[in-house]
Design a protein around this ligand. Structure first.
Ligand code: SF4
Length: 419
C-alpha cells in the first residue's frame, strides 16, 4: 500500500501539487535502511513511499547499484527481454510560440532567422521520405498557440485556410493518415475537451510533457518565466481530459530546470495518480535538460548522469507497469547505462530528421542503438507511436484511424514494417 494521497491545492495561478506526506518533514534513511528496502522491493514484499523515493534520488554511490538492480528487475517483470523504440520523422509544424521557456532553442518569434511554419507539401515530403526509410511515426512538434501573440501567424493561418494552429495541426494529421502509412503523434500543447476529441480522431496517441508540478518555476527569471502554457494545473487538466476520453497519452518529466528532488517525486506521483484513475498513460519520458548556446539558461548546471540514473530508477519503482522512456541522444555517449536504470523504451529515433528540440545532440545510428541494446542483453524492437497494449481500444471503433493502426501493427502490436 502507498502511504499518501494526492490532491490539488490552490487555484490555477497558485497551483501546487501536494501530498499529505509532503506536509511532514522527511526522515533521513541510512544507506543500510535504503539497501534493505530495495532488497524487499526486489522480493516483492514492499513498495516505495514518497519519502523513500526522495531519499533514493539522493542516495550514495554505494546504494546506487542496488537501486539500479531493483529497477532493472522491475523492468524485466514488466516487459522481459525487450526494449523498444519508434522509428519516426520529426515534423516541426511551426516553431513560432507564444511561450518563452528558458531552456528552449526551438521557438522563434516571427522574423527571427529560422522562423518557419511548414506547408502541407513540406509535411508530405518529409513523411514520404520517412516512409521509404521504414518510419512508422510522424511526430508533430509545434509552439503553443502562436496566433494569440503574433499577427504574422494569424496571417499565415489565414493564407493556409485555417482558423488556428490546432485546426491546421488536425488537418495535417489527417493528411498524413489518409495519404501515407505513417501514424501521426501530435505534441499539441494545452488542449480543451473538444480538441482532445478532435485530435484523437486523427491520431492514435498524443503527448504533453508535464515537466514539473512546481508552479514556482513560473516566477521571473525561472525556467517557465513568461510561459503561460507551462502552468502545471493547466497541463494536468489536459492530461486528465485525455484520460477521461481514453486517449493513449505520453507525458513525462524535464529534470534539471530548477526543480527540487521532492518536486520530481511529486511530478511522478501526479502522473501516477492520473494513470491510476484513467489508465491512459502509455509512456513516461524522463528527459534531462541540456545546456546549449543561445538559450536563457545557457549558464545553468546540467543534471548529472548519476542524477538521471537515479531519477529513472525511482520512476520505474514508482510505476512498475508503465513504459518508461529516456532519449539516448541526451545521454550520449553513455546512453546504454540508462538500460541499467530500468527504461524499456528509447522513444522516437529518426534516420532522417534531426532532433529539432536538441539539434546539437544527434540521434545514434539505429544499428549502433541496436548493438548497444543487445550488448545489455535485450532485443531491440520497433514499435508504433501507440504502444501495443493500447491498440485494442483504438480498433474497437471502425474508423480510418483503426484501419491505419491495424495495417501498421504486427500481431504483437509492434511495427509491421520493422526494419
Ligand atoms: S518549450 Fe515548447 S512551449 Fe516552451 S518555448 Fe519552446 S516551443 Fe514554446
Amino acid at each position: 500500500m502507498y502511504d499518501f494521497c494526492t490532491r490539488y491545492v490552490g487555484d490555477e495561478s497558485t497551483f501546487l501539487w501536494k501530498t499529505d506526506a509532503s506536509l511532514t518533514p522527511f526522515t533521513d534513511s541510512s544507506s543500510d535502511t535504503l539497501a534493505r528496502l530495495l532488497s524487499e522491493i526486489q522480493g516483492g514484499s514492499s513498495s516505495l513511499s514518497r519519502n523513500d523515493a526522495c531519499q533514493l534520488l539522493l542516495c550514495d554511490n554505494d546504494v546506487l547499484p542496488e537501486l539500479l538492480a531493483a529497477a532493472r528487475s522491475s523492468k524485466e517483470r514488466f516487459k522481459p527481454g525487450v526494449v523498444t523504440y519508434s522509428r519516426k520523422v520529426f515534423i516541426p509544424l511551426t516553431n513560432l510560440c507564444r511561450d518563452y521557456c528558458g531552456y528552449c532553442i526551438f521557438r522563434r518569434d516571427p522574423g527571427q532567422p529560422g522562423a518557419h511554419t511548414m506547408t502541407p507539401d513540406e509535411v508530405l515530403e518529409v513523411v514520404r521520405k520517412g516512409e521509404k526509410l521504414g518510419c512508422t511515426e510522424a511526430l508533430f512538434s509545434l509552439g503553443d498557440k502562436p496566433e494569440l501573440l503574433f499577427p504574422e501567424m494569424r496571417e499565415t493561418l489565414r493564407h493556409l485556410g485555417y482558423h488556428s494552429t490546432l485546426h491546421y495541426l488536425e488537418a495535417m494529421c489527417e493528411l498524413v493518415l489518409r495519404q501515407t502509412t505513417l501514424l501521426p503523434h501530435p505534441n499539441p500543447g494545452l488542449l480543451n475537451t473538444v480538441w482532445v476529441r478532435r485530435l484523437a480522431e486523427v491520431s492514435p496517441s498524443m503527448g504533453l510533457m508535464l515537466e514539473t508540478t512546481n508552479s514556482d518555476l513560473l516566477r521571473p527569471g525561472a525556467a517557465h518565466d513568461n510561459a503561460p502554457d507551462k502552468v502545471p494545473a493547466k497541463r494536468l487538466r489536459t492530461i486528465e481530459e485525455a484520460g477521461k476520453q481514453g486517449v493513449p497519452f505520453t507525458t513525462g518529466l524535464l529534470i534539471g530546470i530548477g526543480e527540487s528532488r521532492e518536486d520530481r517525486v511529486d511530478t511522478l506521483l501526479a502522473i501516477r495518480d492520473l494513470h491510476r484513475r484513467y489508465g491512459h498513460i502509455q509512456e513516461v519520458i524522463i528527459q534531462n535538460f541540456r545546456v546549449k548556446p543561445g538559450i536563457r539558461m545557457q549558464h545553468w548546471t546540467e543534471p548529472s548522469h548519476g542524477d538521471m540514473l537515479r531519477t529513472i530508477a525511482v520512476s520505474r519503482l514508482l510505476m512498475p507497469e508503465v513504459n518508461i522512456q529516456a532519449p539516448p541522444n541526451l545521454s550520449a555517449p553513455y546512453y546504454d547505462d540508462l538500460l541499467d536504470a530500468g527504461i524499456n523504451d528509447w522513444g522516437g529515433v529518426s534516420p532522417l530528421t534531426p532532433d529539432f528540440i536538441n539539434p546539437e545532440r544527434p540521434w545514434p545510428h539505429l544499428e549502433q542503438l541496436r548493438a548497444r541494446t543487445e550488448s545489455k542483453g535485450y532485443k531491440l524492437e520497433q514499435r508504433l507511436p501507440i504502444y501495443p497494449e493500447f491498440i485494442p481500444q483504438i480498433l474497437l471503433r471502425p474508423s480510418l484511424l483503426a484501419e491505419r493502426v491495424q495495417a501498421a501493427a504486427n500481431p504483437q502490436g509492434l511495427a509491421r514494417r520493422a526494419a
